[in-house]
Design a protein around this ligand. Sequence first.
Ligand SMILES: C[S@@+](CC[C@H](N)C(=O)[O-])C[C@H]1O[C@@H](n2cnc3c(N)ncnc32)[C@H](O)[C@@H]1O
Length: 244
Amino acid sequence: MTNTTHFGYKTVAEDDKVREVAKVFHSVAAKYDIMNDVMSGGLHRLWKTFTIANAAVRPGFKCLDIAGGTGDLAKVFAKQAGPTGEVWLTDINESMLRVGRDRLLNRGLLTPTLLCDAEKLPFPDNYFDRVSVAFGLRNMTHKDQALAEMRRVLKPGGKLLVLEFSKVAAPLQKPYDIYSFKVLPWMGQKIAGDAESYRYLAESIRMHPDQDTLKTMMEEAGLERVTYYNLTAGVAALHTGIKL
Ligand SMILES: C[S@@+](CC[C@H](N)C(=O)[O-])C[C@H]1O[C@@H](n2cnc3c(N)ncnc32)[C@H](O)[C@@H]1O
């Protein structure tokens, strides 16, 4: 029997989800950065700054940015870890990774980039001081497997940071729904010529586990001291956990 999962609000075969997610990110890669700024009114930069501060990367650290896309986190981690550190920018999508790699190179940052699936990380156990995933977990088919892999590659004492859209506070629900389902696809069409990918974005956010559910999932994956921070009334949340 074929296993099924969600692609936005649709129930699809697991293999189809992987293909559909790939199609979304091949389609948006070239306009991804500008769309992020426009859609979030620049807020994604604040959420990432908060994540970077929480990561507290020091010179010599080994960091893995999963689903790193156009490299917002890896870029800063690479500067902070310095020449004695090791920062990997990874993603499953070639188009997104190519934009990220070029962006880092243009800034003189020579950091390894690797095409890989978060659910099967090609890294040894106990290797990284920090593992991060920003706005990526939502797109993964087997989130439990991906979280277990993230924990596996962390060193004892290492920290996982998961930045993701989350459940917005109740009073904001209605305007947020209008914005997500009416304005976002319209902007996607105008700026990136693609309304469908941004409709998927809105739906995938609604289908993603809320703050407490994700916290439990991280604990079930074996992470300890799992904490979350609501950002912009829960539009996004940063979850952190330690491997002990
Ligand atoms: C919304 S983008 C986030 C990019 C970047 N981290 C940021 O915050 O701007 C989501 C990324 O997740 C990647 N992705 C989806 N499924 C993945 C998987 N199974 N393994 C690794 N990356 C994945 C996509 O290719 C895409 O680049």
